[in-house]
Design a protein around this ligand. Sequence first.
Ligand code: TPP
Ligand code: MG
Length: 323
Amino acid sequence: MRFSCEELKEMYGTMVLIREFELSTIEVFAQRMRAGDFPGALHSSEGQEAIAVGVMSRLRPDDYVFSTYRGHGHAIAKGIPLERVTAEVHGRATGASRGFGGSMHLFWKPLNFMGGNGIVGGGLPLALGTAYAAVKRGTDQVTAVFFGDGAASQGAFHESLNMAALKRWPVVYVCENNLYAATTHVSGNCPLEDIADRAAAYGIPGVTADGNDLLAVADAAGAAVARARAGQGPTLIEFKTYRHRAHCMVIPEHRPNQERTAWRERDPIQRLAAMLLSEGLADQAQLDEIRRRARERLEQALEFMRQSPLPQPADIEEVLYAP
Ligand SMILES: Cc1ncc(C[n+]2csc(CCOP(=O)(O)OP(=O)(O)O)c2C)c(N)n1
Ligand SMILES: [Mg+2]
């Protein structure tokens, strides 16, 4: 299924919004750190926006998503109200997790966004739960689980793929291979060129795609979602990508300059803009207007956050445990 011109521009707008969100978050956290107030860990997804937006474009609102600690883009692309995402990341009581989750633990039940996770690969076993539940209830909901190249060498990855393949559960495994697990290059933990080749061990499709190309992402995700929804079982998709920033704010950059520059040139937002312009689907003034609107939208969300109270310790139990 191809996208209309309007859909493409909307997805471009969401990618720009995620980018602006990531940039503003780094700025606010840096200000707080300079003031001696440590706001918690921050993992930027800058550079990986096409994967979040492309995968979500193929999911329904009631499909389940398990995110990671690098999950702001997943949350925004899934459609969690921007005010609630912003307030959560900055620890306010109006946040999606009422300010107790922060950047790494954004949850939003109305859209079955099953949360970020501070544990590397933590979503992989949990995804089996919602997939099994959907099968038992007889719904055709799909579960998509995001994880990194490092997480693909966790034991839980293999257990999860094995079980989902065996039971043909509707899971889409979305590996965001950004070449590094913190400071370790992927060649330091995986003996294969393509992580997707691990799917062969479980008899399921393993696909690699360019994670910086929105349309390639949507195509790969679309096929995997359709397969899962039709009861044909899971797919492992490996998206090749790169994060523009260091692993997190407190770990210094260590990757070669040349490599970082080369990947900047493959930036997913610039690539989509170039495609929209060259195909005559948008002109530069329209793209500028989309960016201006994204910034305006973000400023409203930041203002909402600033006006919001801090969470109260007395509310911890009510927020942490289901009644
Ligand atoms: C089980 C577990 N082991 C180690 C860590 C520390 N840790 C946090 S992020 C990270 C790297 C994970 O890399 P990857 O899966 O490639 O995801 P990326 O950060 O690149 O998105 C590590 C080792 C952790 N949080 N959880
Ligand atoms: Mg990685």
